[in-house]
Write a protein of this length. Structure first.
Length: 289
């Protein structure tokens, strides 16, 4: 079977009707959008300063199991396993404090480690072009009007209602955030890796100058070159290089086969921690250990 050429992984949504969290499709999705629109009308009327989501986290937590399966039990950004040592977060790619109408949008979610989400990204969201515009709500809009646009604010992952996925992707490209969305942007077009045997670290960097601004911003936004990641990536790469060395230089067919099996299972497989890095080096010359 031909294997996919992967670098840093592009993620795909799992929309199996038998397992997909039903809260983010159908009438519940519309009801939640209607609720958001009414809250925003209060903001326009001066009744409240902003929409608050206190006590509402249980809603997006319903998406977590499916998101974790999509990211192969790894953080969608740094590619570390996280469920063995922490619960991890449902990360709002576009922060709900700024993009309130996407607070319950499944296509705005990813599974993230708590460091990438809580320590680094928080509610920051740099972008280059115009905004993903909020729905137009006026002070005197009645409930019937708000109900008529509820359901159009986000994509229904299972049904052909609301915003189409094609439109969601178009708006993303037009807005061009200064951070990648691992579901909409193909990370292999943006990221490269560089190892240093003197400092014992691996850093992420831009693949070419045309994407440098987005890559530099993404790295800063999620802390992708924090010391812990530089160190652990290097330790993994040492073991990877050893197995590459055995495969490429050994004259023992049994050792060669064993090394190849290890490379495929423990490094190139999309479930492996840092599989994006290993697949980046897969077809590149790499120094022996």
């Amino acid at each position: 079977m031909r294997r996919k050429k992967l670098e840093m992984r592009k993620l795909n949504r799992i929309t199996d009707p038998n397992t997909f969290p039903i809260q983010f499709t159908g009438n519940q999705r519309i009801d939640w959008e209607f609720e958001l629109l009414k809250e925003y009308r209060k903001v326009k009327n001066g009744d409240i300063e902003k929409i608050k989501f206190t006590g509402k986290s249980s809603r997006w937590k319903n998406a977590k199991d499916n998101l974790v399966q999509e990211s192969k039990k790894k953080c969608a950004y740094c590619e570390c396993y996280f469920k063995t040592v922490a619960y991890g977060d449902v990360e709002h790619y576009r922060p709900k404090s700024k993009y309130w109408w996407l607070a319950y949008s499944y296509h705005n979610y990813s599974a993230s480690c708590q460091l990438c989400n809580q320590k680094y990204k928080k509610a920051k969201f740099p972008k280059t072009n115009g905004s993903f515009l909020a729905p137009r709500v006026r002070r005197n809009n009645n409930d019937n009007y708000l109900l008529s646009i509820a359901g159009s604010l986000s994509v229904d992952p299972l049904n052909r209602s609301g915003m189409t996925l094609a439109e969601f992707k178009r708006i993303h490209s037009q807005e061009r955030p200064l951070s990648i969305d691992p579901y909409l942007d193909n990370p292999k077009n943006y990221f490269a890796y560089s190892y240093d045997d003197r400092t014992n670290e691996v850093i992420m960097k831009e693949k070419n100058l045309s994407v440098k601004e987005i890559v530099d911003s993404s790295i800063e936004l999620f802390g992708l070159n924090r010391k812990e990641l530089r160190d652990i990536r290097y330790r993994g790469l040492i073991q990877y290089r050893f197995n590459r060395q055995v495969k490429e230089t050994s004259s023992d067919e049994i050792l060669i086969e064993a090394a190849e099996n290890i490379l495929q299972r423990e490094y190139y497989d999309e479930k492996a921690q840092f599989s994006g890095m290993y697949n980046y080096y897969k077809r590149r010359v790499i120094n022996p250990v």
